[in-house]
Each structure stands twice: as structure tokens, then as C-alpha cells.
Design a protein around this ligand. Sequence first.
Ligand code: CTP
Ligand code: MG
Length: 355
Amino acid sequence: QQQRRLVSRQRFVQDFSQCLFEFVVQLLPTTEEMAVKEDVRKLLERLIRTIEPDSRLLSFGSSANGFSLKNSDMDLCCLIDSGERLNAADLVTMVGDLLERETKFHVKPLPHARIPIVKLSLDPSSALPFGIACDIGFENRLALENTRLLMCYASVDPARVRTMVLFLKVWSKRRKINSPYKGTLSSYGYVLLVIYFLVHVKNPPVLPNLQQMPPLRPISEEESHLNGYNIWFFDDIELLRQRWKSSNTDTVAELLIDFFKFYSRDFAYNTGVASIRAGLLKKEEKGWQTEQSDFGTSRERNRLCIEDPFETNFNVARCVTKDGLYTIRGEFMRASRILQMRPDRAILALAQLCE
Ligand code: CTP
Ligand code: MG
């Protein structure tokens, strides 16, 4: 009896891994979509250079870190290399006016946001059946660096890391728990939860801690720091691929099942901070105790704590409310339950997960 159960479990895990790979491959952007996006980036860069000749427009976020899905938004960052620089709010206003005049994009400048950005969108057309949405920010060099960090993690073990992350992004969108504006978690937050799990929870670990590996040569303070934050990490991907051999042989299905189990019941939500840089930290030591608010949940911070890899005084999950966390954990539990019940067919489990 027990033997039979074990065999059927093994078969489920194998099938489920295969289903995950096939599912995720369909979700990747086409080369055509990527080419259109690159053209848009170049066009915008050319226009912005008419007011800031020394500027560069760079991609960050999913279009640059290897975790992009079909029709995902473009995140762009404008860097200005010359000495004289306007502040971000003024740039947002100026670039907003320019793009309003010169392009067909719908333009919405947000000069007073925490990170000032220009929001752009294009309506769907036959060439672009889903339109395009794009945010342009200014001088956000830390975001470029954290994008590079995520990209390096993705390339250490692409089969397992990218499959898990892409699946979780789709799953969290379908289950409607991927909206920081509505009290749940950003894609960036979910990616950090996956990396934390693969570096610090799984034993043996699936991924090395790139921020704690010894550098190949001495690094000066100036090289390693940006705006006072330590942004150094081991980024020689070729060397990493040669040297890092994880002794963890779990399949992607096993990892995903464990991921849901861990975040359903084992993570110390009340006291813990997930840090990919330093492992499990205490809310107390970071001064991130949950703020009780008399005004309901709207002002609440620090229910869920995920330390930004570089901006260590920033809680990436600060927008997650009490209700939001309750919903997210509920979804982790639901996913765990579906995968425990092991229906005969893995494909059905996958469909049910993303319903
Ligand atoms: N970012 C950040 N701090 C945050 C949120 C986001 O620095 N609190 C930066 C990160 O560089 C991240 C990028 O913004 O890679 C985009 O974040 P997000 O849109 O959440 O992730 P994507 O991978 O772009 O996901 P999606 O495809 O859902 O847009
Ligand atoms: Mg994005």
C-alpha cells in the first residue's frame, strides 16, 4: 500500500514538473514582442535626448531580469550623465509634456509620487494586440542594480528558478494577490520570497548567496557603494555556472510544493523579516514592528517584512495590509492543499491552482 502511494506520488511530481515547464514556455514573450519593445525604448530615448542630450534610457524590472511574461509592462529608467541635473519631479513634468506633444502615447506624469515617474500607454492595435504600458523613472540606479542581481540569480539555475518565478507571477496575478495598491504584494516581492526560500530555507540550498560570496579581487568602498548602500554582489555568471553545483536535486515541482507549504505555515510572519542578503532577521532589530493603527488597516505597515537586497531600510512588502496578508496566506494554503490532494492528473492540479 505504502509502496504504491510512494510510486504514485513520484509520478505526480514528475508529471507536475513537466506540466510546469510546458505551461511557462507558452507564457514567455515572443521575439516579435521583445523587438517592438526595444523599438519603443529607442524611440523614447531619442525623444528624451532632444531635451537632455547626455541621457540614456535603460530597461529594468521584468524586461531585463529574465522574469518577463507576455504583455508585461516595461520599466524604463532614464540616466543623465552630465553634471547639471534637474530634479526628478521637474524632469517628469518636462518629459511628460514632450511625449504628449510628440507621440501617440497616453501620458500621465506623476511628479509627486514617492518615485516620480511618467506613465505611458498605447491602446491595442493589430500590430500590438495588447497595447503597451510603460513607466519611465529617473536616476533610479538602485533599481538597475537589483534587476541585475535578480538576473544573476535567474541565470545560476534557470530551469528551476525561472520556472518557479514565472509560475508564481502568473499564479499571483490570476489569484489577484499581485497589487501593492490594493494591499497585496508586487511581483518584485514574490521574486524575493522565491530567492529567500532557495538560498536560506532549502537545505541544501538551491542557490548561493551572491551578496555574501567572497569577491575575486579587493573591492573599494567607492566601487561597492551607491547612495550609501552596499550594492556589491558576485556577478560573474560564467564563473558561477562553473563553480556552483547545488547538491539539492529537488525537481521544480517539489520545490514549488515546499514553497507553498513553507509560506503557508512555517515562515515567522509575526516576528521575522525575510532578507536574501542576511537570512531570517527579526522585525525588532530592524525597528519594523507592526504599527497598530486606530484608523483601520489603511495606514498599517510591516505586517509582512521583506528586506530590499540593497536598500536595507526599505520593506518591499510595506504596502501589504492585514487583510492583504490574510488573503495571501490563504492562497498559499489553498495551493498547498490542491497539491497535497494529488489528483491523478498533474495538469488538472495546475489548472485548478490558477483558476
Ligand atoms: N522595484 C523596486 N522596489 C520595489 C518594487 C520594484 O526597486 N518596491 C524595482 C525592481 O528593480 C523591480 C522593478 O522595480 O525589478 C519592477 O518591479 P515589478 O513591476 O514589481 O516587477 P516585474 O518583474 O517588472 O513584474 P511585472 O512583470 O509584474 O511587471
Ligand atoms: Mg514591471
